[in-house]
Write a protein that binds this ligand. Structure first.
Ligand SMILES: [Fe+2]
Length: 179
């Protein structure tokens, strides 16, 4: 809201209402549909040529088929983040593990590190990759601190997996959504 008001003040008559969508490059739309709808629980909107549209809340993600995903291991940006509840962060990690998707739960509140105890609420980021290596994140507050939470910086290689092997292992779970 503050951003919109600022834009109205600086450009009279013009405003941006919300973020509409962002796009991510993928190599296999079927694998992307399985990952983004079944693993991440997005709402299937449509398949349209080389595009797959999936929705969470007011923002759509457009998965576009092209030759390469984003570079990931050598660089952490750009990446895209979803908001989730801190109380279910560990469940998300278990869920990812059940799909053979490695993830890390990272805390950056180093000022609290000396006194942080198990169960203390902390702000965390969960990092993981889609099958094309696009870096994704879950952002959560009030996650109970545990031995699973690691302190930033984290090793990007810990979230690496082979998306082609992943698709080979899980493609039997793929059922195309009705168009
Ligand atoms: Fe981020």
């Amino acid at each position: 809201m503050a951003t919109t008001e600022a834009q109205v003040r600086s450009i009279p008559g013009l405003r941006l209402d919300s973020l509409n969508h962002f796009s991510l490059p993928v190599t296999n739309l079927d694998a992307a549909e399985l990952f983004y709808t079944e693993v991440l629980g997005g709402q299937f909107i449509r398949r349209d040529g080389s595009d797959l549209w999936v929705r969470w809340g007011p923002v759509d993600v457009r998965l576009n088929r092209q030759k390469y995903g984003e570079p990931t291991i050598a660089q952490a940006h750009p990446h895209h983040a979803f908001t989730t509840g801190g109380s279910i962060v560990h469940q998300w990690q278990d869920h990812f593990a059940s799909w053979s998707i490695p993830s890390v739960i990272v805390c950056r509140q180093h000022d609290r590190r000396p006194t942080m105890k198990g169960g203390d609420p902390c702000a965390v980021e969960v990092y993981f990759l889609d099958p094309d290596g696009n870096p994704l994140e879950l952002d959560a507050r009030d996650c109970p601190f545990s031995e699973r939470v690691i302190w930033a910086p984290y090793d990007h290689f810990d979230v690496l997996y082979n998306g082609h092997h992943w698709w080979a292992e899980y493609k039997n779970r793929f059922k195309p959504h009705a168009l």
